[in-house]
Design a protein. Structure first.
Length: 461
């Protein structure tokens, strides 16, 4: 609702005097006010003319305050209802609050009390709206659009996400570090029916083993040394929402059975308590290693994996979708240009070529960091060039690029070209001869001979 519009308050009270006094006070406080002495007429007018607050007496002939509350909550749930009650009817006012009334005021009341109550209502309404806006902003941030990529494998993954958005089943995301697991997990939560509920994350690799159980399930005061007060665990905090468990295979083995039981039965106990607590939490688990290996080695329960892997999402590493690199670069250049209030035009051809020839072991995070630093060091209104990114790449990779540029910039013999090619490939692969031979498509013996021929090493070395 617009903040400039006068707020409208409707008073329903069969006592003429109270109605008149309130009417005057409300007008004086700059509200748009209307008073009814009969609930039936009030309700019929409210159908056509909604208002912000209904201030209603509890005990009235014809329609009671309770009837009014029910009707208003049904036809205009956005409207706040405040009950005015005589001393003897406080019980029904409390009952009314359970049914959705905002508050109640006991008669006789001062006008100040009414004003405070009304102000409090509008303040909480503003906060609610602000929260809604913030939540919407979060949802936009974590919409799938913020995951940049058009590679065929990514489009395939988007399809499996559609199922994850609609279903309530557990999701298992497996992929290397920095590929966007958290981004995808957030998109799943904020596109699911649980979006308005909590989204909590914990990283199983970073919790000390002795605190793990209490972090998950909470503990009672005095459950162990240092437990000075009762604490809720993430399972309780994330009730009705989603819990992201990063690096799930790092969960201590003795806790995996309890965790599985919680998933199956939807209840758990805090450490140091026998009381079961019901929970309804959707789980998204991630792993950046080899889950099968962890299962084979007995570090991770297979039955738990089956329970978690109902919907499985695999994000391909960046080196397997290099066609997405230009898009990602553009995205990050824009993101950091905005953040640092700069207008970086883009990335020049040579720099982009260098970026595309690299393997990106740290995946999108590594690329994002590089672009962030480049935007910072790049002069305003210019392009990111090789000079901004050079330091990022291992010597060998960079050499290959410089070499290839200089090789092509003047005439050279095939022999010279071959020499440079072998030298560069060897450097790039830390002098690993078998791999270099494989890459160059020659036998190991041929490579060895060439190495001696070009004087990189002496024979039998
Ligand atoms: N496809 C993408 N589009 C845009 N940004 C991305 C993409 N993938 C990853 N990012 C960005 O890269 C960074 C790392 O992503 P994220 O934290 O989601 O990865 P992760 O797989 O959870 O990493 P880790 O394994 O280290 O926990 C974040 O800043 C994220 O916004
Ligand atoms: Mg992560």
């Amino acid at each position: 609702m617009s903040k400039t519009r006068k707020k409208k308050i409707v008073v329903v009270d069969d006592e003429q005097l109270i109605g008149t006094a309130l009417h005057e006070a409300l007008l004086h406080w700059q509200f748009d006010a209307k008073v009814y002495h009969d609930g039936v007429q009030a309700m019929s007018d409210l159908k056509n003319e909604p208002c912000d607050i209904v201030l209603t007496d509890v005990r009235m002939p014809n329609l009671t305050g309770m009837d009014i509350l029910e009707k208003v909550k049904e036809s205009a749930p956005e409207t706040g209802v405040i009950m005015m009650t005589a001393y003897g009817t406080v019980d029904s006012a409390v009952e009314a609050m359970k049914k959705g009334a905002y508050d109640y005021i006991t008669k006789p009341f001062s006008l100040d009390e009414i004003k405070i109550c009304i102000d409090r209502y509008f303040k909480s309404k503003d906060l609610e709206e602000e929260n809604q806006t913030l939540k919407q902003a979060l949802q936009d941030k974590y919409s799938l659009e913020s995951f940049v990529g058009q590679n065929a494998k990514i489009l395939e993954m988007f399809k499996s996400l559609e199922i994850a958005f609609e279903s309530d089943a557990s999701v298992f995301i497996s992929s290397e570090n920095g590929t966007g697991k958290e981004l995808i997990a957030s998109a799943i939560h904020y596109n699911s029916p649980r979006k308005a509920k909590p989204f909590l994350k914990i990283n199983c690799a970073s919790i000390p083993e002795n605190l793990f159980e209490s972090q998950l399930f909470g503990h009672e005061k005095g459950a162990f040394t240092g437990a000075t007060r009762t604490l809720k665990g993430v399972f309780e905090e994330a009730d009705d929402g989603t819990l992201l468990l990063d690096e799930i295979t790092e969960m201590p083995t003795h806790l995996q059975a309890k965790f599985l039981r919680v998933l199956q039965e939807g209840e758990f106990t805090r450490v140091g308590s026998n009381q079961t607590i019901k929970t309804d939490v959707r789980i998204i688990a991630t792993s950046n290693g080899d889950v099968n290996k962890a299962i084979e080695e007995g570090r991770f329960r297979q039955d738990l994996f089956f329970r978690l892997n109902v919907i499985s999402v695999a994000i391909p590493p960046l080196r397997e979708r290099k066609d997405d690199i230009p898009l990602l670069c553009k995205h990050f250049v824009e993101k950091y240009s905005e953040k640092y209030s700069k207008s970086i035009v883009g990335i020049d051809k040579d720099a982009l070529k260098q970026i595309q020839s690299y393997d990106w072991p740290g995946n999108v995070r590594e690329l994002e960091n590089l672009i962030q630093r480049s935007v910072l060091s790049c002069k305003d209104s210019t392009e990111i060039g090789l000079e901004h990114i050079q330091n990022h790449f291992p010597e060998a990779t960079l050499l290959s690029d410089r070499e290839s540029k200089s090789l092509l910039s003047h005439d050279i013999s095939i022999e010279e070209m071959e020499k440079k090619l072998i030298e560069t490939t060897l450097k790039r692969h830390n002098n690993h001869k078998t791999r270099t031979a494989e890459i160059l498509g020659v036998t190991l013996k041929t490579l060895r001979n060439k190495i001696v021929q070009y004087g990189f090493e002496k024979k039998n070395n």
